[in-house]
Write a new protein. Sequence first.
Length: 315
Amino acid sequence: MQKLDVVTFGEAMALFMAENPGPLDEVRHFTRELAGAETNVAIGLARLGLKSGWASKVGADAFGTFIMKRLAEENVNVDHVFKDDRYPTGFQLKEKALKGDPAVQYFRKGSAASFMSADDFQKDYFSSARHLHMTGIPLAISKHTRSFAQKALTHMKEAGRTVSFDPNLRPTLWASQQEMIEVVNEFAFKADYVLPGISEGELLTGYSSPRDIASFYLEKGVSLVVIKLGEQGAFYKNHSEEAEVKPFEVEKVVDTVGAGDGFAVGLISGLIEKLTLKEAVLRGNAIGSLAVQSPGDNDGYPDRQTLIDYMNLPI
């Protein structure tokens, strides 16, 4: 079995991006792409030359085939992706926003990925990876995907692997805000690295300052907390150091979707490659800033040389 640097899991969907601004019900032409927080991370890592793998289920349909082909083109390992002919692959529509976050409509209920359960977990595949990256999305999709997430997290911790956790909150997928907070924190407390956005951190901890949010998780046993501050960069804190890392200036924001996943790509790759904490967070800021300058969820993620050239720019 191929050795992997990072493994992740979740739901991928076909993404239809509006070619023109305006309400989605009035758009006639769309461009098809791939969407999924975890696939974004797997793709971003693969573009940097790391060996990444993604586990999931897709439907035995055109969208499922499209997803598998796109990931293969990006050199993401899909040996733990299974086709299920009982359920379809999900998809989503995204508007073309001229300013701010674009409106997105999801068509994912009852998807093949939502039926991925603990029974589908293959420990040998996950054991082949040095690191597990997970998000809060599978925790919200269904009881099946939550059981898979629990199995993956428990196995990787017992195997001595590091785990990063991005809350990636999706309130509309949860029965209540309280359930979301309790379940997401239950998983976050068991991770090594927790990567919330500032607004997510406020909601999950009740604190408003990055330092207090980080301390909340560090007191629960987390080793490192990195808080994404958007245009202000990022703040990190572990048990021995803390700092705010400045952002890369962006003249024009095209689309903010995928920026947080891009940040995770930079941070995780930096930590795997033994960069200092500050250098790893700075790399996260760089890839996040590249992401917001492109329309697709992962279009702006760089290859190794592009990243090197970009980070040599004055900041």
